[in-house]
Write a protein of this length. Structure first.
Lengths: 579, 275
């Protein structure tokens, strides 16, 4: 199907003299794909390549009492069995590289498992079949714990604690808040004067990215005490930084080679395979391959999170939405990965592409004993859009209006103030609806065919209304940021709890911002990070380079709670041993 | 331990091996077993590949039809004489799967697979089993239901062939409801066979897939239709009976509630088509 460029719409806003934008262009990698020549990570083979298969939890939630590997260790082909205690820093959260969230997820579970399929041991064997045999021979004594699979159940008092880092089963956002808020205007009086109230509950399942090529990596020792890693990751530097932290090695000892990703869609940013493949190579001195099989890809590689939304609209008889209240629960599964970040994205997207003068929203990132969720194409936005658009249909029915026309009445116009306090611009929803209606011969009334997003906005619609907040009361009209004095020592600053999201669309900075230390030594690799195709475009905050220290030996178990060790230590014990 | 694949030329000899070795499994087209082999399922130790030509034999010319258990979906689709089975056979995977997937495998495929088995169940198909029987009873046939009633632990019998009468034109209808079309796994599969005599339904058989792990018959629904003329009122009565009789299962594809709704919806659509 050819692309139809509707150049009649927004003709003034577009430059048609650009070389690439607005013109069909051939993908750079398409020739390699159609001729079967594109190299994938699994096209690399090494002499004596070893294979990893993981022993996984059969329970949603259980304490690990004992692990018996006696039989597995002596089975033919088994080279090494990796336990959680072998992982130098066995606790991480993916976005710790961006200072977002607390470390909450082990590479290999040590004391308990929090979802079905969570890896407990990694068996390194000479063949995949031998690794499978050894996996079947491991005996783990579990004490099964009560589990929770539903977001609303998970946040009730007394629910099973899924993730000890967040004992309330809720992620902590900036300032220690357990959810993200959006406040714009005042919904309560608007609901009171509305002609119709329409309420809905919407639930969306997790969605697996289902790439043709599963997550995987092959790692091998190189000369000069470095390790090469061929990987399917979507974010090469992101994975490299994650491995450097987990294995407590300098990032310049890791040489990541990516290239073709056989389908990612967000499902290959979690760095599930690289840490174990490289650790396996470190512990055995041989090349190690760790690839999820199809069932693992479906069950334990992270999907887009499930979401549950409650939406309440106050409608005027003429078709305007005068108030919208949304409460959402994202099911993060057992660990954070990218769901907390998805909630932040979501709150900046609400209340959908409609100009609504009174908006009230709370969104939570909740832990349950399900497979951890992560990025997937528009995560944080697509599922709530489903809820919003179903709600729009419901609203149109309540008013007895045409659903196209109901949307056209409420769609953003250029110059309108969005609930997250940015002015709307280049709003094409009206034109898109008109074009879609035209294509399917949908009869729109003349006044709706004549609508345009380029007029009717701004003016009154560009103003930030007086906004009701729980803690600060009414904020005057026009308030987009509020300065909050610091609290008494030892107290969590009360900032952000009730505040609207500021004009950047991102949560407010801390009222007493931590000074960002300059790196003590040039770290070109640390500052040229590229987050690849993961949809994360922000550069990482510069990190202070800690002083060189001597970490504990790799094979020693970590006593007590794991304290993350410096990432850029000068030497690793393993490196010393190899020397 | 590696997987051992043995080729066997004789069906009855294979049945004896199966009876004596609980770890042995029959490898038909491999569309169900090979993913397990490739995924390293350590429970698979011994696979029997049976080359007996009786498994590939089809008799389709006359009023009674016999199809060997080793006949593939593509073979069925190539037979114009089996056009009444085509709506189900064409739903099984893509062309590569249909080239390999056998009728015998489909009879033992657990939900959400086994679309053809649902249609065969509605048609009142009989099965003849390999081995185990000699003498006068050797040619005995069992109703296809015996395959679906077994507990999951029981050793599956080895099917030689299926036998069925050619349905009259318009007697049978098949619907598959999947999340992704045309090749997705079934949320619900429905097959309805109605024998009409003097404007009234003389005999009804309604088979469903996806509701339980194996195909099942909605006997109560059929009973509400039998003796009645096919009318909107009769259809409504039949649809209302579905959830009194069946408790649809929930899985990752669909909740039991959704399956129940879809089963009623598609039953209504099928019956309205047959009016």
């Amino acid at each position: 199907m050819s692309v139809d460029f509707r150049k009649d719409i927004f003709a003034k806003e577009r430059d048609d003299n650009l070389n690439e934008i607005g013109k069909p262009t051939r993908r750079q990698d398409i020739l390699g794909h159609v001729t079967g020549r594109s190299p994938f990570f699994d096209d690399h083979r090494f002499d004596g390549l070893l294979h990893i298969k993981c022993v996984r939890s059969p329970h949603h939630h259980a304490r690990i009492r004992a692990i018996d590997t006696t039989r597995a260790e002596t089975m033919p082909g088994v080279v090494r069995i990796i336990r959680g205690s072998d992982v130098p820093v066995n606790l991480n959260t993916l976005l710790s590289l961006l200072d977002f969230g607390k470390d909450d997820e082990p590479v290999l579970a040590e004391s308990k498992v929090a979802y079905m399929g969570e890896p407990v041991l990694a068996i390194v064997a000479q063949s995949e079949a031998q690794a499978h045999e050894a996996v079947a021979a491991v005996r783990i004594d579990y004490e099964v714990l009560p589990h929770v699979l539903d977001v609303e159940e998970a946040i009730k008092p007394g629910a099973a604690v899924v993730n000890e880092t967040y004992p309330g089963n809720k992620f902590e956002f900036y300032g220690g808040n357990d959810h993200q808020k959006l406040r714009f205007g005042d919904v309560a009086p608007a609901f009171a004067r509305a002609d119709h109230i329409v309420e809905g509950r919407y639930q969306m399942a997790p969605i697996e990215q289902a790439p043709i090529e599963p997550n995987g990596a092959i790692a091998a020792p190189q000369t000069n005490d470095r390790y090469v890693c061929y990987t399917s990751t979507q974010g090469l530097f992101f994975s490299l930084g994650t491995v450097a932290k987990l294995l407590n090695v300098e990032s310049n000892r890791l040489h990541f080679i990516g290239g073709t990703v056989g389908g990612g869609f967000g499902g290959k940013v979690d760095s599930l395979c690289e840490p174990l493949a490289i650790l396996g190579a470190m512990l055995t001195g041989r090349a190690v391959r760790y690839v999820l099989d199809r069932a693992e890809e479906m069950q334990v590689s992270a999907p887009r999170s499930a979401e549950l939304w409650y939406v309440k609209d106050g409608l005027a008889a003429d078709g305007r939405i005068i108030a919208r209240q949304l409460t959402g629960y994202f099911d993060s599964g057992a660990y954070t990965r990218l769901t907390g970040y998805g909630v932040v994205k979501c709150i900046g997207h609400l209340p959908g592409p409609y100009t609504i003068p009174n908006v009230h929203s709370d969104a939570y990132c909740v832990y349950t004993n399900r497979t951890p969720a992560t990025a997937m194409r528009g995560f944080g936005v697509t599922a709530v859009d489903f809820a919003i658009e179903r709600q729009m249909d419901k609203g149109a029915r309540a008013l007895g209006m045409d659903p196209f026309e109901f949307r056209l009445i409420n769609a953003y116009r250029d110059g309108d103030m969005k609930a997250h306090r940015r002015l709307a611009g280049n709003c094409a929803l009206i034109e898109s609806i008109q074009a879609a209606a035209e294509r399917v011969d949908y009869p729109l009334g003349a006044e709706f065919r004549a609508m345009t997003s380029m007029s009717g906005g701004g003016g009154e619609r560009a103003l930030i209304p007086p906004t009701r907040t729980e803690r600060l009361g009414m904020l005057p009209a026009g308030t987009s940021t509020v300065e909050v004095k610091t609290t008494a020592p030892g107290l969590v600053p009360q900032f952000g709890v009730d505040l609207p999201v500021p004009a950047t669309g991102l949560p407010a900075p801390s009222p007493t911002p931590t000074p960002v230390p300059a790196p003590k030594a040039p770290e070109t690799r640390a500052t040229t990070y590229d987050y690849g195709a993961s949809g994360l475009s922000a550069p990482p905050a510069p990190k202070e380079v800690p002083p060189a220290t001597e970490p504990a030996a790799l094979t020693k178990s970590q006593p007590g709670p794991v304290t993350p060790k410096p990432r850029y230590s000068r030497y690793s014990s393993l490196g010393n041993r190899r020397r | 331990m590696p997987v051992k694949i043995e080729s066997m030329a004789d069906l009855d000899a294979a049945a004896q091996v199966l009876a004596g070795d609980k770890t042995a499994q029959v490898l038909g087209g491999g569309t169900i077993l090979m993913p397990r082999v490739n995924a390293g399922d350590v429970a698979l130790r011994r696979l029997l590949r049976i080359s007996d030509p009786v498994l590939r034999k089809m008799t389709v010319g006359g009023p009674e039809i016999t199809i060997g258990a080793g006949v593939s979906m593509a073979d069925i689709l190539a037979q114009q004489g089996l056009a009444f089975l085509h709506p189900a056979a064409v739903c099984v995977g893509g062309p590569a799967i249909r080239n390999m997937a056998t009728l015998g495998g489909n009879l033992f495929a657990k939900a959400p697979y086994g679309d053809l088995a649902v249609l065969l169940l509605a048609l009142g198909t009989e099965v003849s089993l390999a081995g185990g029987r000699t003498g006068p009873g050797a040619a005995r046939r069992d109703p296809i239901e015996v395959l679906f009633r077994q507990s999951t632990d029981a050793r599956a019998p080895l099917v030689r062939a299926v036998h069925l009468a050619r349905p009259k034109a318009g007697q049978v209808q098949f619907h598959k409801m999947a999340r992704t079309n045309p090749r997705g796994p079934a949320v619900v599969t429905l097959a309805v066979s109605l024998e009409v005599s003097a404007g009234r339904i003389a005999k009804a058989r309604i088979a469903l897939g996806g509701i339980e792990t194996r195909p099942c018959l909605a006997v109560g629904v059929a009973r509400t239709l039998e003796g009645a003329a096919l009318s909107e009122a009769a259809i409504t009565r039949a649809c209302a009976e579905v959830l009194r009789e069946l408790t649809p299962r929930s899985d990752a594809l669909a909740s039991g509630w959704y399956r129940g709704e879809m089963a009623q919806l598609h039953l209504r659509r099928i019956l309205q088509q047959m009016m």
